[in-house]
Design a protein around this ligand. Structure first.
Ligand SMILES: Cc1cc2nc3c(=O)[nH]c(=O)nc-3n(C[C@H](O)[C@H](O)[C@H](O)COP(=O)(O)OP(=O)(O)OC[C@H]3O[C@@H](n4cnc5c(N)ncnc54)[C@H](O)[C@@H]3O)c2cc1C
Length: 337
C-alpha cells in the first residue's frame, strides 16, 4: 500500500518528526511503500536544510505564509486528486494527531491517533495502539481509505538522519489570508493536578456512590481539608463529574500512596489495580458485601458523607491542636527568655 509522510517544518520538532517516522517505517510498518514526503514550511526556512531532514527519497515542499493547520488540510485534500497515496502518516505530536483526525474525517476515510504499528493488507489496514492508559494493546481494522494515522511517540527507535537530501519534486506556494483564522495563538498548558495525583502520599478516591457531580465536589473539598489529592473511579470520570486525568485504575493512574481512602467505590479489579500498592487502604461503603471491604486494611460500613464529615472534623481538630501546641511552645519559650 502506498503511503506519504506529512512533515510540519513550521514546528520546532521538525527533525524529530522525520526521525520518528523513519523509525516507524523501518520497524513498525508492514506492507507499506513510502517514497514521498509533503513538507509544510514558512518563507523564512531554508529549503536545503528541509530536504536534508526528509527520511524518504523525494519531497514536495509547500510554502505557507502563516503555517495554519486549516490551510494544510486544504492543501492535502487538493493533493488527493494526484493519487499520491492511500495512507497519510503524521508524527504523533499535537499537530500530527489533530491533522490525522481532521483529514480522515474530511476525506471520509479512517483516522487513528498514536498508532504503534500497522500491517497493510488488501483493502484494509490492521493497526495496533496502546489503550487504557498504556496497560493494554488493542488491534483495529481500518477499512476506509484514505488512512490518516499519527504515530505514537515511543513506538519505535527514532532513525538517525542519513544526511542524504531528498529530491525536490515541486514547490507549491500557498498564500494565507485571515479568513477562517479561528485560532490566533495558542499555548499548551501543563496540568499541575496530573503530577500531584501520581506523587501524593495521601489520596481520597471517590466512586459512583457519590451519586452526582455535587457529591464529587463535596468529596474534593473534603480531600482538600484533609490534605489529600482526589482520585476517581472510571464511572465518575466518564460521567464528567471529575476530569479524566483524575481517573484511577488500569485505564488511568496506577498509584502507590501511603494512605488511600476509597469512598463510594465497589472495588472492581480494574479500579483496585490502581490502588493495591497503597501502604494503607481504608474502604468506606454502605454495603457490607462490597468487594472493596475484603481488600481494604480498614473497612467502614457506613454512608461516605457521614464518614468524611467526621474525618474532616477530626483532621481540623488535630491540625488546630498541633498549631495550638506549637504556639504554646513558642510562647513558653518566649516566657522563659
Ligand atoms: C477494560 C476495562 C477497564 C476498566 N478500567 C477501569 C479503571 O481504570 N478504573 C475504574 O475505576 N474502573 C474501570 N473499569 C470499570 C470497573 O470494572 C467498574 O465498573 C468501576 O470501577 C466501578 O466504579 P465504582 O466502584 O465507582 O461504581 P460502582 O461499582 O457502581 O460502585 C459504587 C459503590 O458505591 C457504594 N455506595 C452507594 N452509595 C453509597 C453511600 N452513600 N455511601 C457509601 N457507599 C455508597 C455502593 O454500595 C457501590 O458499592 C474498567 C472496566 C473495563 C471493562
Amino acid at each position: 500500500m502506498k503511503g506519504v509522510l506529512v512533515l510540519n517544518a513550521c514546528a520546532d520538532d521538525y527533525h524529530e518528526q522525520g526521525r520518528l517516522l523513519a523509525g516507524f517505517l523501518a520497524q513498525r510498518a508492514e506492507g507499506m511503500e513510502v517514497d514521498t514526503a509533503v513538507v509544510f514550511y514558512t518563507e523564512k526556512t531554508d529549503c536545503a536544510s528541509l530536504l536534508s531532514a526528509v527520511p524518504v527519497q523525494q519531497a514536495l515542499l509547500v510554502c505557507l505564509t502563516q503555517g495554519r493547520t486549516e490551510t494544510m488540510l486544504n492543501v492535502l485534500a487538493a493533493l488527493e486528486a494526484r493519487k499520491m497515496a492511500e495512507v497519510y502518516l503524521f508524527a504523533g505530536n499535537c499537530f500530527g494527531s489533530e491533522m490525522a483526525v481532521r483529514l480522515g474525517q474530511r476525506r471520509g476515510g479512517s483516522a487513528m491517533a498514536a498508532v504503534d504499528g500497522v500491517q497493510c493488507e488488501q483493502g484494509c489496514i490492521i493497526a495496533t495502539k496502546a489503550v487504557y492508559g498504556g496497560h493494554m494493546e488493542a488491534t483495529f481494522v481500518l477499512k476506509r481509505s484514505p488512512y490518516c494515522l499519527s504515530v505514537a511517540k515511543s513506538c519505535a527507535e527514532p532513525a538517525a538522519e542519513t544526511g542524504e537530501p531528498a529530491v525536490l519534486l515541486e514547490t507549491l506556494t500557498v498564500p494565507e489570508g485571515t479568513e477562517n483564522n479561528f485560532s490566533a495563538d495558542f499555548t499548551l498548558m501543563k496540568d499541575e493536578q496530573e503530577k500531584n495525583l501520581e506523587t501524593a502520599p495521601f489520596i481520597l478516591t471517590a466512586g459512583r456512590g457519590a451519586k452526582s457531580r455535587e457529591g464529587i465536589e463535596y468529596m474534593a473539598k473534603a480531600a482538600e481539608k484533609m490534605g489529600a489529592e482526589l482520585g476517581v473511579s472510571r464511572p465518575v470520570a466518564m460521567s464528567a463529574w471529575a476530569p479524566l486525568n483524575r481517573m484511577v485504575g488500569v485505564s488511568g493512574a496506577m498509584l502507590k500512596p501511603e494512605i488511600c481512602i476509597a469512598a463510594g467505590v465497589s472495588g472492581a479489579p480494574a479500579f483496585y489495580a490502581g490502588i493495591e500498592k497503597s501502604g494503607l487502604i481504608v474502604s468506606v461503603n454502605s454495603d457490607p458485601r462490597a468487594p472493596i471491604h475484603k481488600k481494604a486494611d480498614v473497612s467502614i460500613v457506613d454512608d461516605w458523607h457521614t464518614v468524611l464529615q467526621y474525618l474532616c472534623d477530626e483532621f481540623i481538630k488535630e491540625r488546630d491542636n498541633t498549631a495550638g501546641d506549637h504556639i504554646s511552645r513558642r510562647t513558653g519559650a518566649a516566657g522563659e527568655k
